[in-house]
Each structure stands twice: as structure tokens, then as C-alpha cells.
Design a protein around this ligand. Sequence first.
Ligand SMILES: Cc1cc2nc3c(=O)[nH]c(=O)nc-3n(C[C@H](O)[C@H](O)[C@H](O)COP(=O)(O)OP(=O)(O)OC[C@H]3O[C@@H](n4cnc5c(N)ncnc54)[C@H](O)[C@@H]3O)c2cc1C
Length: 384
Amino acid sequence: MNDRGLIVIGSGPAGVAAAAAFREYCDDVPVRMLTADVDRPYFRPPLSKEFLRGETEDVSRDGAEWCADHGVELLTGTRVDAIEVEQRVVVAAGARYPYTELILACGASPTPPPVPGGDLAHILRSQRDAIQLRDAARRADSAVVIGAGFIGCEAAASLAMQGLSVTLVAPDEFPQQKRLGAETGQRLAALVEKSGTRFVGDTRVQEITGDSVVLDDGVSVHADLIVAATGVAPNSAIAETGGLEVKHSRIVVDAGMQTFWHGVFAAGDVALGVNTTARRPIAIEHWQDATDQGAVAGRRAAGADAAWSQVPGFWTTIGDETLKYHAWGDGYDRSRLVDHGSGCTVWYEADEAVVGVLTHNADDDYDLGERLIRDRKPAPVPMQ
Ligand SMILES: Cc1cc2nc3c(=O)[nH]c(=O)nc-3n(C[C@H](O)[C@H](O)[C@H](O)COP(=O)(O)OP(=O)(O)OC[C@H]3O[C@@H](n4cnc5c(N)ncnc54)[C@H](O)[C@@H]3O)c2cc1C
């Protein structure tokens, strides 16, 4: 046995998939997973949904024995402080861990709102964050959620479904208007409001105090609970100081998730990887795509061939309603919303080809959209 072996930094979906894929090809090489998280690997998506609503307590993944079964040594509560790629060493809390191959799957961390008192708001990324938020929600009657991305919309709806009086504030007139268009934003606002949440758009937060949020029109909204869902920043600092190429705060990798440094890979929210179908680098923050990229990195680290080729996709559940979205996520020229009565499909095109599809109760279109994006075909409806 080589006492170096593979080191995976991070125990999210990219890290877990990387370790699992590596093990498919190499069963006699040590694998260590170093993670800052104090918990064993778990599913993040339920944290803003069923877990926050108290409908499930168990978000752990793969069973407690997975690491032992796969011969993966898991070191929780172990934050990596530095990587030394020339020496092939990872440094954490003064200890030095040598490696042969390294996979950085260290994800992203929430960015609090850059306003006075911004750090007073709850954030939501880890299971510990979710436990704190859920416990605080049980003692609260009212909440303000800042930021109407998918996590903000989901958390607001979950809190409202728990009986809290919830206000969701966002700078766009409608949730995610800049990213998905006004019509889609209106649909999102309707779903959020259906859960009982009050949506206040076109509004910026100026200050957070212990029990209120001051808006840019001077109005102060009282809240027992304040949640910031104001975006994330990739955890790329150790890569940058370690000499790897970082662009837009993400670690630059090829379609095999390999950095320019041989034997060093990156995958998931921290990576900027080339997608072979898109034929360009794609920045993505979804569970399944982190899993896909992690699997590619793990196979490559084991010496097998693999490339990231999947069309990105994810589901979001706001209250009782699920939306599904496939897209490259780097812009579109025009969009068309088709209403189906009980839901809708939004087609996004660039250069006469579908680059995104968002569906609500329209699974066939979700599947069709994936194929059209992959094949660079136009939408099946006239675009406005
Ligand atoms: C509440 C919530 C709900 C979500 N819901 C959905 C959803 O419904 N659908 C969807 O597609 N996506 C969803 N996402 C997004 C999805 O969870 C992320 O895209 C995905 O987790 C990214 O995976 P990752 O492995 O790249 O990073 P992460 O899951 O962020 O994992 C990174 C890991 O690295 C560790 N780490 C970071 N820095 C260090 C360091 N220096 N040393 C050691 N370890 C380190 C962290 O502790 C963590 O274990 C949700 C996210 C959240 C927070």
C-alpha cells in the first residue's frame, strides 16, 4: 500500500462522488477525505425544505458505514489551511498529509449581506446552520428572508408553512427577474406568496439590527428571525494561494476536472470546468452537477478516462410546488413562457438554439429541453 494515495478536500456531493468513483478503479490505494464539516456526509437540498419544516430529521447520506465500506478515511472538523502542490502535501491544523492525487471539492460558503449588522442574520449552508435556523424558527413568530434566489424562496416558503409571518425581500422587482426574466419572476413570486410569504421586491436592505431589517425606503420590518440568502462565494482561497489558476473565484479545470497541475483536480461549486457538450467553461451550483463533476474527477484521478458532458439541471421545491430547470446558465437572447393551466414551461434561446428550459408540472418539456439544449436545436414553440 502506498501511504500517500488520494486526498479529497470536502464531503459534499462532489467530494463523495469523487471518492466513490476513484474506488471503482482503485481498491488498494488509501483514500482520505478531509472536511471542515463537523458532520458526516449528508444531503443539502432538504435543509431549506423538509428539514427546515421539521418533516425529517435524517439527511445523512449513504449510511454511516459508507466510508468504512469503501475504505475511505473520513476526517471531519478538519479544515485544510494550505495545499503545497510541489511537495504534494495538504496542511490542516498543523498536520501535513501527503498525497499522490488531490481533488479539491470544497464548495462555496454563504456571503452575508454587505450592510451594517449583516453578520447578525442566519445563513444556511451546512446541517449545523440548518439546525440553528430550525431551532430559532421554533421560537419565532416572524421572519425576514433577504434574497430571493432559490434557497431564499425555499426557506421563506418553509418558514411560512411553519406558521411564521414571513417577508421575503429582494432587489429585483420579482424573484430572479434578471436571471430568468420578468414572467418567470412573477410565477416565482406567486409560488412564494401561495405559501403565505409576503414578497417585497425592488428593495435593498440598508441595515440589520437584532430584531429588524431596515429597507432602503427607510421602512423598518420587525422580525424575530432574519435569514440571509444573499449568495455564495467559492472556497477557492487555498487553491489560489497554492498557485492554482483561479478565475471569477473558481478553480480553472479542463473537461476532465484537472487543473494545470498534474494530479490536482477540482469539482463542484468551487470549480470552473469545461463542459464538452457546451464546448466552453460553465460555472454551476447544483447538486447533481457537483456529483457528475466529482465522479469525473475521481475517475481521472484513478487513471481512467472521463469528461464532464451533462447538461446542467436541478429541481427546486417552493412550498408544495416543484420547478425543474436545465440550462447552461450563462445567458439567453429571448424567452417564451407557455402556460399549461396547472403549470408552465419557459423556453430560453440564444442564437436560435435552446439554452435553457424551466418547467412547472411539465416533465415532458423538461426532458425535451435537455435534448434540445444538448443538440443545439430551437424551441418547439415560436419565440416572441
Ligand atoms: C439549503 C440548500 C439547499 C439546496 N438545494 C438544492 C436543490 O434543491 N437542488 C440543487 O441542485 N442544489 C441545491 N443546493 C446547492 C447544492 O447543495 C450545491 O450546489 C452542492 O452542495 C455543491 O456541492 P460541492 O460538493 O461542490 O460543495 P459543498 O456541498 O458546499 O461541499 C463542500 C465541502 O467542502 C468542505 N470545505 C470547504 N472548505 C474546506 C477546507 N478549507 N478544508 C476542508 N473542507 C472544506 C465543506 O465543509 C463541505 O463539506 C442547495 C444548497 C443549499 C445550501
